[in-house]
Design a protein around this ligand. Structure first.
Ligand SMILES: Nc1ccnc(=O)[nH]1
Length: 191
């Protein structure tokens, strides 16, 4: 199939936004393997941040994640936090992207997350054997990177200034929702 995003197409913000918003299963109709191979780590982090923005536009917590196959750099899963949207007590950007990817061998994949993983997601990432995690924001949160590295996961920090700004703005305007997302409602009810 001839695709809109192909070997000759430039990697633009509009192209990354279209990728972020299209269901993963439909991505082969939008972009070919040549285009996928030209997406840099910074481009893939931009897609994670565009997913964070999508969640924010829906009234949710702005965290997104993208999973790629290491060999082909094809996107095999992506998603965003759905605490608000699905009334889900624990669906983080990372779990959402892994659910989208399905029953994969995560040892062959890299996960890009727009925000430093929480302890539960960090544990999930190493227990499912994810080979590499790229973190887009260690300014608003951090702390699980040493745990991931100790478990043999390759960790890279590749901060996205727009993602950092978006999360800082969300946290300043919604401190209770931010706390609920990290620690549950019980934490927001503590005196
Ligand atoms: N890394 C993350 C922190 C908090 N919530 C998320 O969905 N993801």
């Amino acid at each position: 199939m001839e695709t809109l995003l192909n070997a000759g197409a430039p990697v633009t913000e509009a192209a990354l936004a279209a990728i972020a918003h299209m269901p993963s299963a439909s991505l082969p109709a939008l972009m070919d393997d040549e285009f996928a191979r030209r997406l840099s780590d910074a481009d893939l982090m931009r897609i994670a941040v565009l997913l964070a923005r999508k969640s924010h536009d829906e009234g949710g917590c702005p965290i997104g994640a993208v999973i790629i196959d290491n060999a082909t750099r094809r996107i095999v899963g992506k998603g965003h936090n759905t605490l608000v949207q699905e009334n889900h007590p624990y669906n983080h950007g990372e779990t959402s992207a892994m659910r989208d990817a399905g029953r994969l061998d995560f040892g062959r994949t890299t996960l890009f997350t727009s925000l430093s993983p929480c302890e539960v997601c960090a544990t999930l990432l190493h227990m499912r054997g994810v080979s590499r995690v790229v973190v887009g924001d260690v300014t608003n949160a951090s702390g699980t990177e040493p745990l991931l590295r100790a478990k043999g996961v390759e960790v890279e920090i590749l901060e996205d200034p727009q993602g950092i700004e978006l999360y800082a703005r969300f946290r300043a305007g919604n401190p209770e929702l931010d706390l609920e997302d990290w620690k549950g409602l019980s934490a927001t009810h503590r005196p």
